[in-house]
Design a protein around this ligand. Structure first.
Ligand code: FE2
Length: 402
């Protein structure tokens, strides 16, 4: 555990039977993790598996969100289910090897790609059901009013197996359309009894304020604890009084914030000169207010971000740099942002190192979480539903002359 506490964990089938002081050592089949760090497997609460690994095939663009969306259009039109399935599968497998066994993937639902991205990611999730759990979010990347026909495709996506209703209200052309977009997403979620996970205000423009529309709608419909707002970059650029007001509404609505600093560090602030904004939402204020904040990988080698490898340890490290997390309690917050926080956003009751939780675990070859962040080791072992699903060992020799 991150605290340095020594515990025994007993697993029975898919579940943790016991986690705490005990006498499991010496038992047949017991694993000795002395001096190592046992953590629950990571949860990637915000990733786009349909887009991963397409970067080499895209034209160059200006590096902005709009530039990336435009560059992906042509490639998205050529997606096939098998193409998406294959790319998504390789990232799911890599993620498991790096300690992540639960992923929530947004998948584009629009009139360019239709349901092909969803079908591809669903196929990859089914192929990987023995090593990971993949949830899908129907994501209207091109807008709902800006892209006539997208709403009907969103309905079809939910009927075809998408787990969560997504959204992208700030992408609409004016405030009235943004408000209508938010209402449509909530209508869909209520009709199908689904949670919501929307892309919200992924812009440097502090005048764009769809987060408040989302929070107001969640409060009005009593959709409490069922909404995630992703990115939320503009909150950083908005005036303090707005930020204070909307953070309070998020808290009251039980909205989780998926800050994705890894991508937004390179995507936002492109027009700034001199002091360049970080493009990251107000993590410090959200945390202080008690809002549930998670960190997601978001992108892997796609039009938005050229890096990424499905490592939530890397995501936590980069996010720690972006959001000034350095003290011991800060680093514990970074751990929570890739474990308990996304689990809370998913409303999981069976997550963690506790009795009755699903035995999704990882063993890291370091004594503490702080050392895991600093040294970025691969987990030696990863378990999914109690079964060992990945092992790794690194051999590195230093050849001295004396
Ligand atoms: Fe995203």
């Amino acid at each position: 555990m991150s605290s340095g506490e020594v515990i025994d964990v007993v697993v029975d089938g898919e579940r943790i039977l016991h986690a705490g002081a005990g006498t499991a050592r010496g038992v047949d089949g017991a694993e000795d993790g002395s001096g190592k760090l046992l953590l629950p497997a990571f949860v990637d609460g915000h990733v786009h598996l349909d887009k991963v690994l397409v970067r080499d095939e895209l034209r160059e663009h200006d590096g902005t969100l709009a530039g990336a969306i435009g560059a992906i259009h042509e490639r998205k039109a050529r997606y096939t289910v098998d193409d998406v399935r294959s790319r998504a599968r390789s990232v799911i497998e890599a993620s498991v090897q790096l300690g992540t066994t639960r992923l929530r993937s947004h998948v584009d639902v629009d009139t360019i790609g239709g349901l092909t991205p969803l079908e591809g990611v669903l196929a990859a999730g089914a192929e990987c059901a023995d090593i990971a759990e993949v949830l899908t979010v129907a994501f209207p990347q091109e807008g709902l009013l800006r892209d006539p026909g997208a709403y009907q495709l969103m309905e079809a996506a939910i009927e075809a197996g998408a787990d969560v209703v997504g959204g992208m209200p700030h992408w609409e052309v004016d405030e009235a359309s943004q408000r209508e977009h938010v209402g449509l997403c909530f209508d869909l979620a209520e009709r199908f009894d689904r949670d919501l996970d929307m892309h919200v205000d992924e812009t440097d423009d502090g005048g764009v304020r769809t987060l408040e529309m989302v929070a107001d709608e969640a409060l009005r419909r009593s959709y409490i604890g069922r909404v995630v707002a992703g990115h939320v970059c503009s909150l950083a650029a908005a005036p303090q009084d707005y930020a204070d007001r909307v953070i309070d509404k998020c808290l009251r609505a039980g909205i989780s914030i998926a800050a994705n600093p890894v991508t937004n560090l390179v995507l936002q602030g492109r027009q700034d000169r001199g002091l360049v904004r970080r493009g990251v939402t107000r993590v410090r204020e959200l945390r202080a207010a008690g809002v549930n904040v998670l960190f997601g990988q978001d992108c892997i080698k796609d039009g938005f971000y050229p890096f990424g490898r499905g490592s939530m340890l890397e995501v936590a490290l980069i996010s720690a740099h972006a959001t000034h997390l350095t003290s011991r309690s800060d680093l514990a917050f970074a751990l929570r942002a890739v474990t308990e926080a996304p689990a809370q956003a998913w409303r999981l009751s069976d997550y963690g190192l506790k009795q009755g939780a699903r035995a999704d675990l990882q063993l890291l070859p370091v004594p503490t979480w702080e050392e895991a962040l600093r040294l970025q080791p691969m987990p030696e072992k990863v378990w999914f539903k109690g079964r060992l699903v990945a092992e790794s060992s690194v051999v590195s020799n230093l050849h001295r002359s004396n």
